[in-house]
Design a protein around this ligand. Structure first.
Ligand code: BV8
Ligand code: ZN
Length: 257
């Protein structure tokens, strides 16, 4: 059944029935789910990539060239994200996870808002802004939550964070041209290939390999559902398109479960 209705009750009832009978359900989110928490998206009107260039800030080359510029940008984003609250979209996904045994949540977001909404075992494809790791790769991981607004001022001041091995620490984030964490990617591909329903929520479906996951699910026979304010390259491949904001559509869906 293909429905391009704007959040029509019939489509939500149909989907709720599919979720109830599905053994495994996988949801993947992008920046759109955090937009209503005040976290800028990447490609939206106030999107990060409109103001800043990804190649200047989110690549290993950019960090090698100017680590202070990169850290200043991530600390600015930590400021915004630290003041943000999970919204009804994040909270509805946490409730879906508690009500659907085979539910798996995958995110491209680095903001940690799903975990703050109560979601467990979130597959973070692109890392997390509240973690840093050794830029030389000695394996050290460092908690950055001290940078959150209101957190006890970390003794770091605006010095660049340094690893005990003497190298710089870098944000524990997957930058363009960098491989995703093998285990996280495997888990995501396995969940996509084994689910009966795949929900693609608030993503422009442009960045790979994440954008390939709904297609993996569709090829494996899952119903692919897109929740977005607008069309994306994924729209033609979706079995159901719910045109609306994540903070409205997801609570309405969960309420019908
Ligand atoms: C790699 C961390 C190789 C940084 C990020 C195949 C084809 C073409 C290109 C490639 C390919 N394979 C690889 C590439 C290159 C590249 C890529 O995909 N480039 C794109 C731009 C073409 N991929 C990579 O570089 C990946 N690495 O391939 O490595 C390799 C392999 C092995 C060994 C060595 C190397 C790494 C990609 C990860 C990069 N890091 N994030 C940071 O955050 O600082 S990606 C970053 O951008 C996000 O994490 C996210 O993934 C992406 C942004 O997309 P969205 O989240 O979808 O956000 P966007 O703003 O675009 O869209 C928001 C959507 O929400 C919109 O549709 C909007 O309508 C909607 N919306 C808005 N409000 C709402 C809403 N919807 C609902 N409700 C609302 N309220
Ligand atoms: Zn180190």
């Amino acid at each position: 059944m293909r429905e391009d209705a704007v959040i029509d009750a019939h489509a939500l009832d149909w989907l709720a029935e599919r979720l109830r009978s599905a053994g495994a359900v996988t949801a993947m989110t992008g920046a759109g789910i955090s937009a209503e928490s005040g976290v800028p998206t990447f490609r939206g009107t106030d999107g990060l990539w409109r103001t800043y260039s990804a190649s200047d800030l989110a690549t290993p080359e950019a960090f090698a060239r100017d680590p202070r510029l990169v850290w200043d940008w991530y600390r600015w984003r930590q400021g915004i994200i630290g003041r943000a609250q999970p919204n009804p979209g994040h909270l509805a996904l946490a409730r879906l996870q508690s009500r659907l045994p085979g539910f798996r949540l995958i995110t491209q977001n680095v903001d940690g808002l799903h975990q703050r909404a109560g979601c467990r075992d979130v597959v973070e494809l692109h890392g997390n802004i509240w973690r840093a790791r050794c830029a030389r790769g000695c394996g050290v991981l460092a908690d950055q939550s001290g940078n959150a607004p209101g957190a006890a001022a970390s003794d770091q001041g605006d010095r660049l964070p340094v690893c005990p091995c003497g190298a710089l620490l870098r944000p524990d984030i997957v930058w363009f041209g960098e491989a995703l964490d093998r285990d996280q990617l495997d888990l995501a591909v396995r969940s996509a290939s084994a689910c009966a329903v795949f929900l693609a929520i608030g993503t422009s479906a442009l960045v790979y390999p994440a954008a390939g996951l709904p297609l993996v699910a569709g090829r494996a026979g899952a119903v692919v559902v897109e929740v977005n304010l607008e069309d994306t390259p994924l729209t033609p491949h979706a079995g159901l398109v719910l045109r609306g904001s994540a903070a409205e559509v997801l609570p309405a869906l969960e309420a019908r479960l």
